[in-house]
Design a protein around this ligand. Structure first.
Ligand code: AMP
Ligand code: MG
Length: 311
């Protein structure tokens, strides 16, 4: 028995899946197939994806989707409609206008931003739970699942790995991490996860956490950004203004059992005052660590037990 790791690139980021098994190759091949399948299904940029089909038919007709996709969109809509939420899965028109992280990134005019903002109301995303039909009721609307898809995919891969009887694994979808079982290579048996210092190069960690059977997902201003006319713009858009969120928060990491929840909450609470995040964490059952400008750290109580060293 040994660990074997699949390394690949997808969603514009590095993917690593390590599993402990006596015959890991066929299982890792299936993992790679699953990654490609979900990418093709959920991509905003692939014209053939189901998400593109929904977007192409905005204001025209509804599209029937599979159960998994329906549940994902439904959960995205619910969390987009919460009162204290910076998540909105209907920000497709704005994501396209800014194009942050691509060579085509630009700062849109106020007119274009205001026009796009009119097409982002999640109430106009109509879901029929009896038929799995999804309909964007206004032309010009589009959904973008960039803020929640990786968590969903990590959970789906873990479900497959568990079905294969895997007892120890770590799934890392570009920093969106899900751990399973004990880390049999570590003396503490825990998975050690470095918390990126947002102001340093990639791989320079502010601290290390030890987790088991938990997911940690980080939203950060450093993760994807573009320099336009000498100014830096990050990729998390304020659903109210249509511009990158103006906040002292540099990153927000969420620790929770399911990677989908961690991914949802990391975007949903990005830029929200930490006291409110702390309240929500008790209610919804997650933990949070936020890093602010000036190297200020805030974290929920339970997070202490994950620390290896002093923050
Ligand atoms: P994450 O890194 O999980 O916080 O997701 C950020 C990605 O989701 C961006 O790269 C965009 O594609 C998209 N996005 C940007 N702002 C938002 C937002 N406020 N709500 C939902 N998705 C967003
Ligand atoms: Mg997210």
């Amino acid at each position: 028995m040994t660990y074997k790791t699949l390394h690949t690139k997808l969603f514009g980021t590095n993917i690593k899946i390590s599993i402990y098994h006596n015959n890991p190759d066929p299982i890792l091949s299936t993992c790679e197939m699953l990654l490609t399948y979900y990418h093709k299904l959920l991509s905003f940029y692939d014209d053939e994806s189901i998400i593109s089909k929904i977007n192409q038919n905005a204001g025209i007709k509804s599209i029937q989707v599979d159960d998994e996709t329906f549940k994902l969109i439904q959960s995205g809509k619910l969390h987009s409609l919460e009162e204290k939420s910076n998540l909105n899965i209907c920000l497709g028109p704005l994501v396209k206008l800014w194009d942050i992280g691509f060579d085509s990134a630009k700062v849109p005019s106020d007119g274009k931003l205001n026009q796009a903002l009119k097409h982002t109301d999640p109430n106009n995303l109509i879901l029929d739970k009896y038929t799995n039909n999804v309909y964007l009721s206004k032309k010009g609307m589009s959904i973008n699942l960039g803020a929640i898809a990786k968590g969903f995919i990590a959970d789906a891969i873990l479900t497959y790995l568990k079905e294969q009887g895997i007892i120890s694994a770590i799934i890392d979808l570009g920093g969106n991490i899900l751990t399973h079982g004990f880390n049999l290579k570590s003396p503490t048996l825990n998975w050690r996860i470095g918390l990126q210092n947002p102001l340093e190069k990639r791989g320079i960690h502010l601290t290390t956490l030890e987790l088991n059977d938990l997911s940690i997902v980080t939203s950060g201003v450093y993760e994807r950004k573009s320099i336009v006319n000498g100014n830096a713009y990050h990729h998390i858009i304020n659903p109210k203004t249509g511009r990158p969120l103006n906040t002292n928060m540099l990153s927000l990491s969420i620790i929770s059992k399911e990677s989908l929840n961690a991914d949802i909450y990391s975007t949903m609470y990005f830029g929200i005052p930490f006291d409110e995040i702390e309240l929500a964490s008790k209610d919804k059952g997650f933990d949070a660590i936020a890093i602010y400008k000036g190297n200020i750290l805030r974290y929920t109580k339970v997070c202490r037990k994950f620390r290896r060293d002093e923050f």
